[in-house]
Design a protein around this ligand. Structure first.
Ligand SMILES: [Zn+2]
Ligand SMILES: [Zn+2]
Length: 437
């Protein structure tokens, strides 16, 4: 493990208190928050006019962030105050809009088929055009791809057994497929007509989590299946996908061949295209507004399930790890730049993958608490990047902090941990070479 290089004592330029310094990370003061967010680099050669414009943009951005902050914090307060119903008026309105989208697709399809069957050729052309739009609007059910990322039940009985325990503990069904990818993330989804479930585990994220935090991750992901998030349901989810695909198809200035695009764009004038784009955007925004509340509530619910499964501390640790994404990228760049010894082919030789995963885990373990605290506070400041699917991480961590200390309902024995680790070995070799080469 790399030991932090501690420099001699430094004083905070703002409040004078002594700073703990690790040269691998930015210096900052936890007392007065000096240098918490490193200042953006100065832009040289700005005319007074450009400066005024930049200032206006900055103010506008600050106002936008303040609005977002007020909205998510209000939501957070209201969620902690009282539990709300999953199916309220907003849910009903969103489901109705989704129904109209599906109805429109159906009407367009049947209408286009009728036009194609007409005797007059201009009418037929119109029918074909309608069918092209229907193809863009078709409900996308998703597909479970069978590629190298899929880990079969027979090849990973211990991992599947853990996943089944986690799913059962939150009230869900056993997962159909587990995928192991190279992302620093995890996800859960359903696909196809049979709505088969798929759990995707990013191996870098999995590696830097403790065993209990991994259980928390599974708890959160399986929580998505039972937390009543309408946006992930078949009805609303496919309508959202249809609108997004339609929006993309009407988006002007797209490059690269797209299905149906050339035909579509050749026949529709730019103005109509732009208007359609705005209209679809407006419907998407409306749906977003109607479902943000229930969606964020569902995410908090998934976090609560993760805490019940693995303990609140493990769930908080798991969430904090998501804040370390930049650190992960830095470590990855460093490891990529490190010369790797070639395998000699002698028996007992360790493949480079082993070095990679050990280094990654070690570097994460050596991140000092002060740097973790800096990232936590930064995430509270940086509300501009709040994504549409999850509440801000610092609020999720804070909400878990208010939970009573509970014994975890799922734990792992050292034998189970070792068995899962052995099952992941082939995936480790594959992902390491994907990440390093
Ligand atoms: Zn200070
Ligand atoms: Zn989630």
């Amino acid at each position: 493990m790399q030991t932090p290089s501690l420099a001699p004592a430094h004083a905070c330029p703002s409040c004078g208190s002594e700073l703990e310094v690790d040269e691998r990370f930015p210096r900052w003061c936890p007392g007065c928050e000096w240098n918490l967010a490193p200042a953006a680099p100065a832009v040289p050669h700005r005319t007074p006019r450009q400066q005024r414009k930049a200032l206006r943009d900055e103010r506008r951005e600050a106002a936008r962030q303040a609005t977002v902050r007020a909205r998510v914090e209000k939501l957070y307060e209201s969620l902690t105050d009282r539990p709300a119903r999953t199916r309220d008026a907003s849910w009903f309105a969103a489901a109705t809009i989704a129904g109209l989208v599906h109805l429109l697709t159906l009407v367009l399809f049947t209408g286009s088929v009728a036009l194609v069957c007409d005797d007059r050729w201009p009418v037929r052309v119109l029918g074909v055009l309608g069918l092209v739009v229907t193809v863009v609007m078709r409900p996308r059910l998703g597909r479970l791809k069978d590629d190298a990322t899929v880990l079969r039940r027979a090849d990973a009985p211990a991992l599947y057994a853990l996943a089944d325990r986690a799913a059962a503990a939150v009230g869900g069904k056993p997962v159909d497929v587990i995928r192991v990818t190279r992302s620093f993330n995890a996800s859960f989804g359903r696909a196809g007509l049979l709505r088969r479930s798929r759990l995707t585990l990013g191996l870098p994220l999995w590696t830097v989590l403790t065993p209990q935090q991994r259980i928390a991750l599974l708890g959160h992901e399986f929580g998505h299946d039972v937390n009543g998030d309408a946006r992930r349901g078949l009805w609303l989810g496919t309508a959202l996908n249809t609108l997004a695909a339609l929006h993309d198809a009407f988006l002007p200035d797209r490059r690269g061949p797209q299905r149906g695009r050339i035909l579509l764009f050749a026949m529709i004038a730019g103005t109509v295209q732009g208007l359609m784009c705005h209209l679809i955007r407006a419907v998407l925004n409306l749906l977003d507004g109607l479902t943000t509340r229930s969606g964020q509530r569902a995410e908090y619910r998934a976090d609560a399930l993760a805490a019940e499964l693995a303990s609140a501390a493990a769930a908080q640790g798991m969430l904090e790890t998501f804040l370390l994404y930049q650190t992960y990228e830095t470590v990855l760049l460093r490891l990529r730049a490190t010369p790797r010894p070639r395998r000699s082919g002698r028996p007992g030789d360790q493949p480079p993958a082993v070095d990679f995963w050990t280094s990654l885990a070690d570097q994460f373990a050596s991140i000092p608490p002060l740097e973790r605290e800096r990232l936590r506070r930064l995430s509270a400041l940086d509300l501009g990047s709040v994504d549409r699917t999850h509440p801000p991480t610092h609020l999720r961590i804070r909400l878990l902090g208010g939970r009573p200390d509970q014994q975890p309902s799922v734990t792992l024995s050292t034998t189970e941990i070792a068995a899962i680790e052995a099952e992941l070995a082939p995936a480790r070799a594959r992902v390491a070479s994907e990440l390093l080469d």
